[in-house]
Structures are given as C-alpha cells and as structure tokens.
Design a protein around this ligand. Structure first.
Ligand SMILES: [Zn+2]
Length: 322
C-alpha cells in the first residue's frame, strides 16, 4: 500500500488542500474559501474537503500517513499551537490537537515560507541538494532555509526571515518596525515604492504615464526596464543589488548549493535573474560562490501544499503524541 500525505496551505482568502505521494508529486488538489473567518467553520470545511480530495485522488484513507499544514503567522511549534495569524482572526488555537481529533491522523505545522521552501527542496527547484535557501519575492520578502537536508528554525523560530536583514540603515520603515529591511527595497511593494519616489521627484520615465492609468505595479517597472527606461532600470538594479548583497552574506554563513527564487517578482524572468546573478558575483566571496546556483522556483502556488505534506513525509518538526 503506497503511502500518501495530505498538504494544507492556509491563507487569508483560501485554503489549498492536496494529496501528495512519497516522491512529492501532487496527485490532486483543490481550494476552499476561508474569507477571514474564525477557526471552527474553516476547520470543518477543510476536514470535509480533505476527505473529498483524498477520494478524488484515488487514495484510500488507510494510505494517508498524516497531515501537514502551512500557516501564515506566529506559531508555537513545540506545542502545536497557532499564536496568531496574519490574515485570519485566529489566536491561541491548538491546531495540531484539533486537527488530529477531527482527522485521526498525526498533524505537523510550520509557517508558510518554511513550508514553501520544503516543497521546493523536496520535489521542486531545490531537489537533489541538501543545502538550499528559498527566497520569495512577493508583497514582502520571505525565506526558508534547508541545511543538511533539514528545515532550520532557530531558537525563536525566525531562521529564514531574510526579508528583515537590514540593507539600508535609516532607510524606509518596514512592517516589522525596523528600518531599511531588504523587504522595503526588493519586494514588489519596495520596487513600487522606489519607482514612486522617482516619480515624485519629477524624473522623466514612461512610468509616469503608466501611473496615471492606474495603480503602478512591480511588473510595470520590470516591463519599463526591459524597454530601456532609465529610471525603471535603476529601480530594478537597486532592488537586485540589495538582494544580491544579502545572498552574498548568506553564502558565507550557510554556503547553500542553491538559491531558489520564487514569488510574483521572480516572474520577471531574465530581467530579474540576469542582473541578480551579475550583482551576486560582484558582492560574493569568489571561493565561497563556487558551485552556487541561482534558479527560479518550480512549483509556483503548489509549493505550499507539497511542502506541507513534506512535513509529514520528511518527518520535519515535532510530531504529536498520536
Ligand atoms: Zn523588517
């Protein structure tokens, strides 16, 4: 009987739920709304859907070894408790105990960035190497660290919080309260902020016209840079350079074999990766960078489901008593 694993990627608007095999292949997945609701109604819906998607994937419940869950917020991994979530009104929820009671299977949890990193490490762009750092460039900058084949958490569960490395002392205020974090420059939000600063100064750029038509996006900035717009190119270069410096630091601390870059901003493709690789080579200790690869993430939005299932399959994080 082939072992199967359930992965749940919980977000503010939906929970993605899927069935994963022992090689990290997603067999079947679906989504249910969470729309800002409290834990009980969401968990009832999630558990029903877990059963449904298991059947749809041709899996018998006996094959299900356990359930992993990625969560956007602050967790007590030892106790299996959600302290609070970023986009849902959940506080002090004993999630592991609750789900184990509802599903009668072992449950493991981790934060969404770690779970996405684990997914890429298992069957995505990080497969085949034991040391890998995943960086997600979206609204913020997220990260996850795999070292020696294991997810790294650290003493206060903050390992991989790459978005909050200070790259500009006295820089813009970050959501975390600090100033000049990487996230204020190299996230989609940071890129738009830099572009708007240039517009406010009255610099000449095609982005002025774009901004008049609607809300400016990081994608607009990358497109303008591709077309040779000087201001957009400078903004991209600033974002890339800050990220490259942080990657150079990580290289001499952890020396990962691979950096896996994902998130909406990574969809810019070569417009991001080419200058990023160049800036990285410029900043990094050359001997440490030998053999280091910088590659795009492969699993897209499914990294969270696959990585959540991986918490069980790869025996990451404390398991429950059951
Ligand atoms: Zn910060």
């Amino acid at each position: 009987m082939e072992a199967r694993y359930i992965g749940i990627d919980l977000g503010g608007t939906s929970a993605k739920i899927g069935v994963v095999d022992g090689e990290g292949n997603l067999l079947k997945h679906t989504e249910v709304p969470t729309h800002g609701e409290g834990p009980e109604p969401v968990l009832q819906r999630v558990v029903e859907t877990v059963r449904e998607v298991t059947i749809q994937s041709g899996t018998s419940w006996d094959q299900v070894v356990g359930i992993g869950m990625g969560l956007p917020g602050f967790l007590d991994l030892e106790r299996g408790v959600i302290k609070r979530l970023t986009n849902l009104p959940w506080e002090n929820v004993p999630i592991v105990e609750r789900l184990e009671t509802l599903c009668n299977r072992p449950v493991r949890i981790d934060n969404d960035a770690n779970v996405a990193a684990l997914g890429e490490s298992w069957s995505g762009a990080g497969a085949g190497v034991d040391d890998m750092v995943a960086i997600t460039l979206g609204t913020g900058v997220g990260g996850g660290v795999i070292a020696g084949g294991r997810l790294i958490h650290g003493v206060s569960n903050a390992a991989g919080e790459i978005g909050h490395v200070c790259v500009e002392p006295d820089g813009a205020r970050c959501g975390c309260g600090q100033r000049g974090c990487l996230e204020t420059i190299s996230s989609a939000t940071g890129i738009v902020r830099l572009a708007k600063e240039a517009l406010e100064k009255g610099e000449s750029t095609v982005l002025a016209e774009t901004a008049q038509k609607g809300e400016l996006t990081a994608r607009d900035v990358f497109q303008a840079a591709e077309q040779g717009d000087a201001v957009a190119s400078r903004v991209v270069q600033t974002a890339v350079d800050a990220l490259a410096r942080v990657m150079a630091m990580i290289t001499v601390v952890l020396n990962p074999a691979r950096f896996v870059i994902g998130g909406g901003v990574a969809r810019a493709g070569d417009t991001l990766f080419q200058p990023l690789k160049e800036a990285y080579r410029k900043h990094v200790l050359p001997s440490a960078a030998e053999g280091v690869e910088i590659v795009p993430a492969k699993l897209g939005n499914n990294a969270g489901i696959i990585g959540a299932a991986g918490l069980i399959a790869r025996r990451e994080n404390p398991a429950s008593a059951s």
